[in-house]
Ligand binder design. Structure first.
Ligand code: FMN
Length: 203
């Protein structure tokens, strides 16, 4: 995928800087089983509270199970389906709401599942793949379609695949694909010492 310039106060790892959520996939470029296994292996090694590993991911590989992939695609909001249809791989990340070790509520399950999803996303980036996470999907429908137990919360669907070569990206999709990446300034979200006291570069 092509690189997007980002503005940072200090240099950050190139893998983190290189990840961004594109929408124009090359439907002809499939993923190998080895690549897919690398994605789930990366998610597997995420940290979790009590080491409970509350995440569950369902993989939908168009190349090997088109019916399941199709079913997953129809769970997405229409706006997401319009571009996700070209991604050869879909995933659904679910979080356990119960700690497996003692049956008590796990209030960190969603936090840990997010960490596993970011691990997966960075591994994909390292493999030259593009990932896009989506909250725009029908969670109840995924629960029914894929027999997800009640205690698990479907958190996000993801697309993974290769970005379409820049020279063949259709004109009408270019504007959104080339949108500049933006973030709040550091002082808005990062504090030091107490709530609301912005972290500063120079003490
Ligand atoms: C949990 C989650 C849900 C998201 N839902 C959607 C979505 O439904 N549709 C979409 O186009 N992008 C979705 N995004 C992508 C965000 O819009 C994107 O990550 C954000 O704008 C930052 O852009 P970047 O990932 O390129 O840095 C989602 C991202 C996350 C992490």
């Amino acid at each position: 995928m092509f690189n997007k310039e980002i503005e940072t106060k200090v240099t950050i790892h190139e893998l983190i800087a290189a990840r961004w959520s594109g929408r124009v996939y090359d439907s002809r470029k499939l993923l190998s089983r080895e690549q897919i296994m690398a994605l789930v292996e990366a998610a597997r090694w995420a940290p979790s509270c009590f080491g409970d590993q509350p995440w569950r991911f369902i993989v939908f590989d168009k190349a090997t199970n088109e019916a399941a992939w199709e079913k997953a695609l129809t769970c997405l909001a229409e706006g997401n389906q319009s571009w996700a249809k070209d991604a050869p791989l879909l995933l659904l990340a679910c979080a356990d709401s119960v700690l497996s070790q003692n049956g008590k509520p796990n209030r960190w399950g969603q936090y840990d599942t997010g960490a596993a999803s970011e691990n997966l996303s960075l591994q994909a980036t390292a493999l030259g793949l593009m990932v896009h996470q989506m909250g725009g999907f029908d969670a109840e429908k995924t629960k029914t379609e894929f027999s997800i137990p009640e205690q698990f919360t479907p958190m996000a669907m993801m697309t993974v695949g290769y970005q379409l070569a820049e020279e063949v990206i259709p004109e009408d999709l270019k504007e959104r694909e080339y949108n500049a990446r933006a973030r709040n300034t550091l002082d808005e979200n990062f504090y030091e010492g107490c709530w609301g006291e912005p972290i500063t570069e120079v003490l």
